[in-house]
Design a binder for this molecule. Sequence first.
Ligand code: TYM
Length: 338
Amino acid sequence: MRIVSGIQPTGNLHLGNYLGAIRNWVRMQDELAEGGECLFFLADLHAISMPHEPAALHRATLEMVAALVACGIDPDRSVLFNQAQVPAHAELQWLLNGTARMGWLNRMTQFKDKSRKNREGASAALFTYPVLQAADVLLYQTTHVPVGEDQKQHLELARDVAQKFNNDFASEDAPVFTLPEPITPPEAARIMSLRDGSRKMSKSDPSDMARINLTDDADTIVKKIKKAKTDPEPLPSEAAGLAERPEAQNLVAIYGALSGETVDAVLARFGGQGFGAFKPALAELMVEAIAPITARFRSLLEDREALDAILARGAARARERAAPTLEAAYRALGLVRG
Ligand code: TYM
């Protein structure tokens, strides 16, 4: 098993990233069978596809390493690095640009969401972003990619690219790329905004009240949960009663993801009660889960040298692992490599 996943270092980590992806990364790392390996990276090259401030990206990248280690990613057991220190990612993207089709990229919902009404003004990087993401996973003969629901479409594209490349340029018994499988824990597939149950919790939401950051202190968490949008009805006693109630559904799902219970189990306890009772219980559970991460994060951030060293070592290990596949891709395309 080779597990690979990435996260963009744009600002604070939030609960959606944690429950949708990182907690799952940590589990996979901790439960990995002998012979398997995990690679986790900061998608800093992806971050330049949107307008950004260089100093903020630099700072966010270091903060994100500290946050990942604070969440439980162990740089001794997993390969932890940033794309910018492993040029093979950008190189393979170029090679795969020859295989990816415009029509495939045109169907990507993330590009539509992020370019909104300004398609002509969007960067070319935003459009070819999924090809870089395909390179990220295909470089390492990845078998499994833990991601939230929102990234599944990009993973399907990575599989399409791998398949077409193998068909066009490799023999059946010696494919260049492995087809990766996305893995999404069903209980945390999509954590929604606290202000609008139809939008995902996102670091680009202009309202900080819409998300729980992993750096929020207990008072802030309590305040955000208290102010979270809900409806006036009491909670139902079964999951079916949450249909058409996106905000209630989101809060119950978050509760279950944090406590390790199913939605039905949470509702068996809270069914019939109003949000006045449920919200304080949710806030307490959340503070309990996040406070230790915040404490570790703050102390790690103080040791800049250690963070640099983690990234340098991770990048060296990633470069080694990427080299054979990159070489095979160059050769398969007929490019002369000496
Ligand atoms: P990014 O940085 O937006 O998010 C990182 C991970 O968090 C998940 N996630 C969520 N899950 C549930 N609910 C939410 N509200 C929520 N918000 C974010 C995302 O699904 C993701 O798993 N393009 C990727 C980064 C990337 C990548 C890759 C991932 C680049 N190359 C290769 C996997 C493999 C991104 O921008 O994720």
